[in-house]
Design a protein around this ligand. Structure first.
Ligand code: 13P
Length: 334
């Protein structure tokens, strides 16, 4: 299949190989999408066939921005549950569908709102900064939300003596502490995908590909970050790869879905997925992200379900720190 898709104003040709069944399903999805007036959004960690038909693909920050500005009456968020919630918070009058309501996030699950509330009470006088990978209930307890694409700059923009609680990702938190010289109090959560990267296996790969650049997401533990040539959000890692000369090689330590867009944008470069510790397979996949399939995407558009619903009073509180993130990001030009 070869088709052009609008993504953030750019046109991209799809090079994902599709079976006949997939081509049929995609035709059904395109038809339903037209009938519903829907916008299909996909995170870089989605299956290739979903990325290939999405109207826009991006990292958490780009998807939040797109959800805030779309005119479409229906948004289908192909990602995990908190991404659907973020879209609903920013577009409360729209129907926000998710292909699989059980597509959760280990990081969001590592921070239940009642536990965070008690943690905040035990640290009076602290500003609460939450990563976007959190439930609406956790966002409602937060002062500012950040993504991996803007966390360090937003935190740097706060007064140097501001006392901060950062959660739930301890790895991203320690990375920001290191970069900014802050001493934020960290919630002890982690992403089950990024925690599984193995430094030994990355170093073995580096021996086989001595010229390869090591690309690392900041949700990875400190020893993996230490060997990185570039640390950044999925969009930042992609941008770095695009900026390197033809023939470059990259070892990629983030969820393997990002390789779809890296290979599409850089057909003249080589991308090697960094393997997890506990597997003989080369890729580190998020089982939650991969719950979304073409069949479920077709079904959710056909049935207009599952849809994200958030209690309006909770939504009002949870929206404020996201709006604050978008305002600060705009002001800082991120
Ligand atoms: P970004 O999309 O900000 O790179 O973060 C990835 C992620 O954590 C998705 O769960």
């Amino acid at each position: 299949m070869n088709k052009a898709v609008e993504t953030n104003g750019e046109c991209r040709a799809d090079s994902v190989m599709l079976s006949d069944d997939a081509v049929k399903l995609i035709a059904e999805i395109e038809e339903l999408k037209k009938q519903r007036g829907a916008l299909i959004m996909a995170h870089y960690y989605q299956r290739g066939e979903i990325q290939s038909l999405a109207d826009c693909i991006g990292d958490s920050l780009a998807l939040a921005r797109q959800a805030a500005r779309t005119d479409a009456p229906v948004i289908v968020m192909c990602g995990v549950h908190f991404m659907g919630e973020t879209a609903k918070l920013l577009s409360p009058d729209k129907v926000v569908l998710v292909p699989d309501i059980n597509a959760g996030c280990s990081l969001a699950d590592s921070c239940p709102a009642p536990d965070l509330e008690a943690f905040i009470k035990s640290h009076p006088g602290h500003t609460v900064i939450s990563y976007v990978n959190t439930s609406a209930a956790v966002k409602a307890l937060s002062d500012v939300v950040v993504t991996s694409g803007n966390a360090d700059k937003i935190i740097e923009s706060l007064p140097a003596d501001e006392k901060i609680i950062f959660g739930p990702d301890r790895n991203l938190g320690s990375y920001i502490n290191q970069r900014t010289g802050r001493n934020m109090v960290l919630w002890p959560g982690a992403c089950h995908v990024h925690e599984r990267f193995s430094l030994e296996k990355i170093l073995e790969l580096k021996k086989q590909h001595p010229g390869a650049h090591i690309l690392v997401h900041p949700e990875c533990p400190a020893p993996v970050r230490l060997v990185a040539d570039r640390i950044g959000s999925t969009a930042a890692l992609l941008k770095y790869a695009v900026s390197m000369p033809a023939g470059s090689e990259f070892i990629v330590a983030t969820e393997s879905g990002i390789l779809v867009e890296m290979e599409r944008m850089c057909p003249d470069k080589k991308f090697i997925p960094a393997p997890p510790t506990d597997s003989t397979c080369g890729c580190n996949d998020c089982n939650f992200m991969k719950l979304n399939t073409l069949v479920k995407l077709r079904d959710c558009l056909r049935d207009m379900s599952p849809a994200i619903e958030i209690d309006p009073a909770l939504a009002d509180r949870a929206r404020k720190p996201i709006d604050r993130m978008l305002e600060i990001s705009d002001r800082l030009g991120i």
